[in-house]
Design a protein around this ligand. Structure first.
Ligand code: ADP
Length: 326
């Protein structure tokens, strides 16, 4: 890409996450600040393939920084997996003269962007928008902080009722095959145990710990389970009931409430910084990277490295869980 970029486009793809709107706003306003024309693409790669593209103005992104979801909508697009689909997408961008694409989404979105930019003359910049925090190379992903705070609020409420009835709640949180929502929300709510996919759960150890606490009459209210772990909440509750029949157990699967809602200050902030940086990347010729934040500095990681990689959970975190729940 040697031609100067004068028109850029932005899309949101894959699972939505709170803060995506703040990122769109930052892209649009930064682009306009630098004299670029900025286009919005509806429903991720689906809208790109279908040519559902429109010019955005500064006012197009007014009053959205505080809103969850994404004004550009999002979708999963099978056609973009095919060369023909990506060719259509490229033709649609070329028709308008768009010279750079900013894709906000998770690792799947990045894989699509990487493939697209390697096949066609379109630089792509990725912004990590996922509640799961499963992208290596960045301390933050847009939406994680909001999702984890939603989980914390819900678990606090469940603890009140659990405490009132001396019940044990097994609470399942989201995160696909990443345990970060479970780990953070579990520590922040004082959970007795946290089951995450990154560490194989030893069911005998969990039962022994619950039984030991029963013996010394320590009230155990909360176990947090990540959805992608070895045991789901329903399964775990059955095992507990079989092993400790006198313990009253309830299950709560938090589900999609963790995806929506107004983004937290942190998510708005990182989305704004990342959106701004994405435009700068395109202007400075730093192509085909995703924007991350490491140690409070912007980092630019080649899209080809953005393979799905769980940030390894430090053993120290797990030690903290154990000590604090004793
Ligand atoms: P997320 O971005 O949240 O991980 P997905 O994994 O569903 O969500 O990916 C979003 C979209 O990215 C897919 O629907 C598809 O259009 C595109 N995509 C994902 N992987 C690829 C790939 N290997 N090749 C082309 N496009 C892809």
């Amino acid at each position: 890409m040697t031609q100067k970029i004068t028109k850029i486009a932005v899309l949101t793809s894959g699972g939505d996450s709170p803060g995506m709107n703040a990122a769109i706003r930052a892209v649009v306003r930064t682009g306009i600040y630098y004299g670029l024309e900025v286009y919005g693409i509806m429903r991720g790669y689906a809208g790109l393939v279908e040519g559902d593209i429109f010019k955005m103005e500064s006012k197009s992104v007014a009053n959205i920084i505080q809103r969850g979801g994404t004004i550009l909508k999002t979708a999963r697009c099978k056609e973009f997996h095919t060369k023909e689909g990506r060719q259509k997408a490229y033709d649609n961008l070329r028709k308008i003269g768009i010279g750079g694409l900013i894709a906000i989404g998770g690792d799947g979105t990045f894989r699509g962007a990487q493939l697209f930019s390697s096949e066609f003359d379109i630089p792509c910049i990725g912004l990590p928008g996922t509640i799961d925090k499963d992208i290596d190379g960045t301390d933050f992903t847009i939406g994680f902080d909001t999702a984890v705070n939603t989980a914390v609020q819900a678990i606090d409420r469940l603890r009140d009722t659990a405490d009132a009835h001396d019940r044990l709640f097994v609470i399942e949180v989201m995160g696909r095959d990443s345990g970060y929502i479970a780990l953070h929300s579990g520590i922040a709510t004082g959970a007795e145990n946290i089951l995450i996919p990154e560490k194989k759960s030893d069911i005998n150890e969990i039962m022994a710990s619950l039984q030991e606490k029963q013996r010394r009459k320590k009230l155990v209210n909360i176990i947090v389970v990540a959805e992608g772990g070895t045991y789901g909440a329903v399964e775990l509750s059955k095992v507990i009931t079989e092993n400790i029949p006198e313990q009253e157990v309830r299950v709560c699967i938090l589900g999609h409430i963790q995806r929506g809602g107004a983004p937290t200050c942190l998510d708005r902030l990182i989305a704004s910084r990342m959106g701004y940086s994405a435009v700068e990347c395109l202007l400075e010729g730093r192509y085909n990277v995703f924007v991350g934040i490491l140690n409070n500095s912007m980092h630019y990681i080649p899209l080809e490295k953005a393979v799905k990689q769980k940030q390894t959970v430090s053993d120290e975190w797990l030690k903290i869980v154990k000590i604090l729940a004793s």
